[in-house]
Design a protein around this ligand. Structure first.
Ligand SMILES: NC(=O)C1=CN([C@@H]2O[C@H](COP(=O)(O)OP(=O)(O)OC[C@H]3O[C@@H](n4cnc5c(N)ncnc54)[C@H](O)[C@@H]3O)[C@@H](O)[C@H]2O)[C@@H](O)CC1
Ligand SMILES: Nc1ncnc2c1ncn2[C@@H]1O[C@H](COP(=O)(O)OP(=O)(O)O)[C@@H](O)[C@H]1O
Length: 333
């Protein structure tokens, strides 16, 4: 009797969630105050895009914009600036080649509610290493001055962290910050020093271990992405996102997710909502947008195809299936 009881207490409860459920529970982005201005909706700063991976940081920046961030800036290789601006002039692009050049970019105006999205296309070379090191040092400085920094760590930021856990020379401690990591199974495996097969064999335990190891919120990507993290009472919570489809197995999908997570975290922080809630909403919106974007077929779905759908479904206003049909998404024939 007792052991059965203990077992049931220890077994993690995973709650199934979906965009539709969040919408029904009024957990999408709230409508804006009529007198709101861009400073009320957060500033997302994307850091990445080494040679060969320019698109990753661009897609993350575009996703942050359509997900409602008040301002989006991007620090990337100087060679990418004109391409970024011609594709999306709303992004404030800074050309940087080193950690030294990055430092003033992320320091900037401390009064803005900033979230850093670090990793899309960052690469694993010296460029990426120095940029990540600068970001982590900034987090340490913020902590010393009693401030919390919002950060999304994705892609190569995670690979670098796995390879060099003491990249700043001291232990990484995210417990006083709002950090969300977004590993795919191979990145999770590197962070946990196990194989990708082991992660996939017990995704719940992998997500849980990542939460404990890095004191952060985790989105473990893949079919039925898992969202894991501590709620405001310090209790571990696990959610499984039921949205999404195999069309999402194409390059750049994770980069779009990281931008959406950054924008939602920035806006939720202003509202006093937790990183865990931000991760849930961003993950479901991203996957549901992919479902809408793939009604004509999964193969050939592009990461940027999600952008207009993310924008349409992220806010509280009820977007009933019929109104999406009116927008020409669903076809009856
Ligand atoms: N257009 C661009 O600029 C793009 C840049 N990208 C960047 O490329 C860099 C390298 O990222 P990658 O993710 O390609 O490299 P990784 O080496 O981290 O991961 C690729 C491998 O991970 C494994 N994997 C991924 N998802 C899996 C799943 N759900 N189940 C099991 N195994 C899985 C697969 O073996 C896959 O070949 C990152 O900085 C990323 O941001 C990519 O996002 C692709 C698009
Ligand atoms: N079969 C699938 N079903 C549902 N979602 C998927 C599937 N395959 C990939 N995804 C989603 O697509 C995204 C892929 O991210 P990632 O692997 O980081 O891609 P990239 O590195 O190319 O940007 C994640 O959000 C993941 O959950």
């Amino acid at each position: 009797m007792n052991s059965a009881r203990t077992k049931s207490i220890n077994k993690p409860i995973v709650s199934d969630i979906s965009w539709q459920l969040l919408q029904q529970n009024d957990q999408l982005l709230p409508l804006r105050a009529l007198n709101s201005h861009k400073g009320d909706h957060g500033h997302v700063q994307v850091i990445g895009g080494d040679h060969g991976y320019a698109g990753a940081a661009l897609m993350a920046s575009q996703a942050a914009l359509v997900s409602g961030a008040g301002l989006v800036s991007c620090a990337t290789r100087p060679e990418h600036i004109s391409a970024y601006i011609s594709r999306c002039p709303e992004i404030m692009v800074a050309g940087i080649n080193s950690g030294l050049e990055l430092a003033p970019f992320i320091r900037g105006d401390q009064n803005q509610n900033k979230v850093l999205v670090v990793g899309p296309g960052l690469g694993k070379q010296a460029f990426g290493q120095l940029l990540l090191q600068t970001v982590l040092q900034q987090i340490e400085q913020f902590e010393a001055s009693g401030k919390a920094q919002g950060v999304i760590l994705d892609a190569d930021a995670l690979n670098l962290l796995a390879a060099k856990p003491r990249i700043t020379g001291s232990e990484i401690d995210f417990s006083n910050h709002a950090v969300i990591i977004t590993p795919h199974p191979a990145e999770a495996a590197r962070l946990l020093n196990i194989s990708t097969a082991e992660v996939q064999a017990d995704r719940i335990s992998a997500a849980q271990t990542l939460v404990e190891k890095f004191s952060c919120t985790v989105i473990l990507k893949g079919q039925y992405s898992l969202i894991a993290g501590k709620n405001s009472h310090g209790e571990l919570k696990l959610y499984r996102c039921l949205d999404g489809n195999p069309g999402m197995a194409s390059g750049g999908m994770g980069d779009v997710l990281s931008g959406t997570v950054g924008a939602v975290l920035a806006q939720f922080t202003v509202l006093g909502l937790s990183p865990l809630s931000a991760a849930k909403l961003a993950c479901c919106v991203h996957s549901k947008a992919a479902d809408y974007a793939s009604v004509d077929g999964e193969a050939g779905l592009l990461a940027t195809d999600l952008l207009p759908f993310i924008r349409r479904i992220i806010q509280t206003r009820l977007v009933a299936e019929e109104s999406v049909t009116e927008l020409g998404v669903e076809q009856n024939d």
